[in-house]
Ligand binder design. Structure first.
Ligand code: B12
Ligand code: SF4
Ligand code: SF4
Length: 252
């Protein structure tokens, strides 16, 4: 069943799919938000990643070119409002069919499911889709942080996947910490203790008032093996053609 549901979700547009157990690792969930507290029948959490790119958000803040200083704030440039936005809205829209595919598959197999799952990153970490980066975002070995995460809880029992071991994309990097306009990260500590949600949200509110949606920590991240431009075609045609070139023009 596990391989069948994974294959079904991949056909619907997921780049990667993993299974987490409600019994392992959710002691780290926010109090009251572990799967069995939210939905007691839960026996497995099906977690998926849909490829997306830095252009998937409301505005384009990064990546910064090497040596480029802070960018002036201002209205969203019309040049980034066209095709790339349209392409990447597609990524988000694909997450909906993937969720529907999971619900349909489980129903046809005679299982109940619930969409009330929260904490996408913890789900993804426990299902082996990636590791927490210094940015606090989940980093997939191939997609880097370029993914939209989703999950469905089910009463079907499936063998859980394990968290990834030996993958440390942040070892020689601190680009997200250095680029954050809110200086929300304290270097030397691990997420979540290293990050100030208050500093981040205050800065984002100020930027949003001027037409920008901050995702700089996400956009500057070089982790992953597929260049951003190729992610567009993966999102579009849902096929995998990884290249091992650098992610974008950023150099460490
Ligand atoms: C609320 C929210 C925000 C808030 C707060 C973010 C935050 N870090 O808490 C704000 C508005 C600031 C925000 C900003 C952004 N967000 Co946001 N956000 C969410 C949302 C809706 C919930 C996240 C949340 O509150 N989690 C609760 C926190 C406390 O959980 P946590 O960060 O996993 O922390 C836990 C672990 O650290 C664990 N823990 C503690 N110690 C240890 C030790 C180990 C070893 C482990 C494994 C765990 C662990 O304990 C913590 C509590 O359980 C999710 C979608 C979702 N439903 O999950 C998207 C989501 C996390 N956001 C996302 C993104 C991309 C962003 C932005 C880049 C903006 C954007 N959309 O482009 C920025 C990045 C800011 C940043 N550096 O985090 C993506 C992340 C994709 C990825 N690759 O990880 C998500 C998953 C949306 C999605 N569906 O794809 N976001
Ligand atoms: S920018 Fe660098 S340090 Fe930050 S999450 Fe990505 S790889 Fe890790
Ligand atoms: S979203 Fe912006 S302000 Fe918040 S942590 Fe990332 S770079 Fe900093």
């Amino acid at each position: 069943m596990k391989e069948c549901i994974k294959s079904s979700l991949r056909s619907a547009g997921a780049f990667d799919v993993g299974i987490a157990s409600p019994l392992a690792g959710y002691d780290r969930a926010v109090a009251g938000y572990s799967p069995r507290e939210i939905w007691p029948p839960c026996r497995s959490i099906v977690v998926f990643a849909v490829a997306m790119t830095p252009w998937s958000n409301n505005t384009f803040v990064g990546p910064l070119a090497p040596g480029e200083g802070p960018r002036p704030l201002g209205p969203v440039p019309s040049t980034v409002c066209s095709d790339r936005y349209a392409m990447n809205r597609l990524a988000r829209q694909i997450a909906a069919p993937v969720t529907l595919a999971a619900l349909a598959f489980l129903e046809q197999s005679g299982h109940a499911s619930s969409l009330r799952t929260v904490q996408c990153k913890l789900n993804g970490y426990l299902a082996g889709l990636g590791v927490y980066g210094k940015s606090g975002l989940l980093i997939h070995p191939v997609l880097g942080n370029r993914m939209c995460l989703g999950a469905v809880m089910t009463d079907a029992e499936m063998e859980p996947d394990s968290p990834l071991v030996g993958f440390d994309p942040c070892r020689d990097c601190s680009l997200c910490i250095d680029a954050c306009p809110a200086k929300a990260f304290s270097p030397g500590k691990d997420y979540p203790g290293s990050w100030s949600r208050e500093a981040c949200t205050k800065k984002r509110a100020k930027m949003e008032a001027r037409g920008f949606y901050c995702h700089t920590c996400y956009a500057v991240c070089p982790a992953g093996t597929i260049p951003d431009d190729d992610l567009l075609s993966i999102t579009e045609i849902r096929s995998l053609s990884p290249k091992t070139t650098g992610r974008h023009s950023l150099q460490r």
